[in-house]
Ligand binder design. Structure first.
Ligand code: HEC
Ligand code: HEC
Ligand code: HEC
Ligand code: HEC
Length: 458
């Protein structure tokens, strides 16, 4: 066969194979929609199939906000006996919140899903104990992760949608021993799995990247043109791709929704990649500091094969679209969910598993001294650390890229020193503190680049 013929027949086969993809569809197919998101001819385009998108969109409904109530009168703490989180709410707003929560979590079961009707103050049902911590978790998302959701915020509905157990949760996968017993563990690979879009990429990218490690270490590109300096293996890269497949599926988008096609490592692309970067850290924080410490509260029937608690990933909120519940701003109507979240420390009876970002200290341009925001942030972090003496911290200074790189990195170092000294004077022993090499900030908001992060790690 001549070369041309071979190519032609390969193309024809390709066309046949593609035609085979839309099985079971009548001859009249809906046209695909495509939306260009970058320069023409660069592959920056989102392609959606209306037939697949319609049912996903239909799931993004939400209940109307309950009518507003007067904001005066006694507070819930004054009226009731055991209100630990929502005590400052006026009692009418408190009752309104209970009604909303019931509709969001247990519309069929009603108040008794969490309460003993004989004694509403009692904490006997695990669902009430979990719900209390969930209120704090929702506040944390709304107050501390605006860089992820641009201020839209979330309510219990965003994840639960009228169900006690949200539709998208994950458990750590147990090691899958090969039956022959010779090769051993399959490292979570080579089985087509829904979590990674039915590819055979590692099917549990969540445990390494969404469990709340201070540095989830997702990036795999080498920093130099020649190999040698890159310590990431192909196996690690496969985990990264597994996570990326999950993120694409959870949001119903393709890779170029977040990445510039000229380089997957470049931050000069769609801003949504920055939202996603914060999203990864947010999910880690929620899993490590809110879900995991609740493990013992859940009955065995709610836990995974390894006994772990159900955890959050991008699907839990997004459920197939880039803006959960089509971008509805539900949270703004519920003051109970907007209260300034305190530091993420778990209550004492919940075996704190403090991990991840404890505080972010911001600096003015050119300055290495703490301002009021910085002093507050260090004070909060120190309060958590003093209560949890087993927790160690790593301090990382970041600099922005404007100006002279060397001077900026030096400044980042001085800022990290300033934060270390402040922590020491607040009672945290120097032996618990590690200083990391200063780095340039990637993506994010400009003021955020000039920051020092205090990360906890056991
Ligand atoms: C999803 C779980 C959940 C549901 C459903 C729920 N509640 Fe609650 N309720 C809580 C939690 C959690 C608290 C404690 C809040 C806190 O500590 O700040 C609470 C506290 C209360 C209290 C204060 C009791 C006291 O003396 O301390 C009252 C009253 C109350 N709820 C009424 C209701 C009513 C009425 C309904 C149904 C319309 C309802 N709740 C549905 C979780 C729930
Ligand atoms: C970011 C997602 C998310 C948000 C927001 C969220 N939850 Fe949850 N919730 C979860 C996950 C994950 C679980 C664990 C699922 C399970 O029960 O196995 C859970 C479990 C629960 C349970 C236990 C249900 C059961 O039957 O086991 C209750 C009660 C609950 N949440 C109440 C709330 C309340 C009230 C709010 C709002 C104040 C809320 N949640 C907000 C993710 C979320
Ligand atoms: C919702 C946004 C989003 C989508 C969709 C997405 N990515 Fe990513 N990707 C990111 C973010 C954010 C990072 C950096 C993560 C970090 O630094 O923690 C990243 C990192 C990467 C990296 C590592 C780059 C480096 O610097 O080493 C590769 C490779 C990658 N993505 C490939 C893909 C592929 C392939 C797809 C489609 C299957 C995809 N991504 C879809 C947001 C996204
Ligand atoms: C607690 C719920 C929640 C979780 C979990 C969550 N997100 Fe989001 N995300 C939101 C909300 C709310 C918005 C704001 C949407 C809007 O603008 O209305 C958002 C926005 C985004 C955007 C910007 C979308 C746009 O069109 O501008 C990206 C990208 C994104 N999320 C990626 C992720 C990724 C990746 C993960 C998992 C690592 C994740 N999210 C987990 C709630 C969540």
């Amino acid at each position: 066969m001549s070369r041309i013929l071979r190519i032609a027949s390969a193309l024809a086969f390709g066309a046949l194979a593609l035609a085979g993809c839309e099985r079971g569809v009548p001859v009249e197919r809906p046209p695909m929609n495509s939306q260009q998101t970058g320069y023409r001819g660069t592959g920056m385009v989102q392609i959606t199939n209306p037939r697949i998108v319609a049912p996903v969109l239909a799931r993004q409904t939400f209940p109307e906000p309950l009518p507003a109530v007067p904001a005066d009168g006694p507070t819930a703490r004054q009226v009731y006996q055991n209100v630990q989180v929502l005590g400052d709410l006026p009692v009418a707003e408190f009752t309104r919140t209970m009604l909303a929560i019931t509709a969001w979590i247990a519309p069929a079961e009603g108040c008794n899903y969490c309460h003993n009707p004989q004694n509403l103050a009692e904490d006997a049902k695990y669902t009430k104990v979990v719900a209390r911590r969930m209120i704090e978790m929702t506040q944390r998302v709304n107050v501390d992760y605006t860089k992820h959701h641009n201020g839209t915020g979330v309510t219990c509905w965003t994840c639960h949608r009228g169900n006690a157990v949200p539709a998208g949760v994950w458990f750590t996968a147990l090691p899958n021993k090969r039956s022959a017993g010779l090769i051993g563990d399959d490292a979570g690979q080579n089985i087509a799995a829904a979590t990674v879009g039915w590819t055979s990429l590692p099917y549990d990218p969540f445990t390494p990247y969404l469990s709340g490690k201070a540095d989830p270490d997702i990036r795999v590109y080498g920093p130099t043109a020649l190999p040698g300096a890159n310590r990431h293996s192909i196996k690690q890269a496969e985990h990264t791709y597994g996570l990326m497949m999950h993120m694409s599926g959870a949001l119903g988008v393709n890779c170029t929704f977040c990445h510039n096609t000229n380089s997957f490592a470049s931050w000069d692309g769609p801003v949504q990649r920055v939202n996603a970067w914060y999203g990864i850290r947010m999910v880690g924080d929620l899993n490590a500091n809110y879900m995991k410490p609740l493990t013992d509260k859940f009955p065995a029937s709610r836990r995974g094969p390894g006994g772990d608690v159900a955890k959050i990933n991008c699907t839990t909120c997004h459920q197939g679209v880039n803006k959960p519940v089509n971008g509805a701003k539900m949270a703004k109507d519920y003051p109970a969910l907007l209260k300034v979240a305190m530091v993420a420390a778990a209550p004492a009876d919940m075996a704190p598993d403090i991990n991840g970002l404890l505080a972010k200290v911001l600096f003015d341009t050119g300055k290495a001294t703490l301002g009021p925001q910085g002093e507050d942030a260090v004070k909060n972090a120190a309060a958590v650390l003093v209560k949890s003496p087993a927790v160690k911290v790593a301090i990382s200074g970041f600099a922005d890229k404007t100006g002279k790189p060397d001077a900026n990195l030096e400044l980042a170092k001085q800022r990290a020193f300033a934060v270390r000294d402040a922590l020491k004077s607040a009672g945290v022993a120097e032996a618990r503190i590690t200083l990391k090499k200063p780095e340039f900030a990637i993506g994010g908001v400009e003021s955020d680049a000039r920051r020092v992060e205090i990360n906890a790690a056991k």
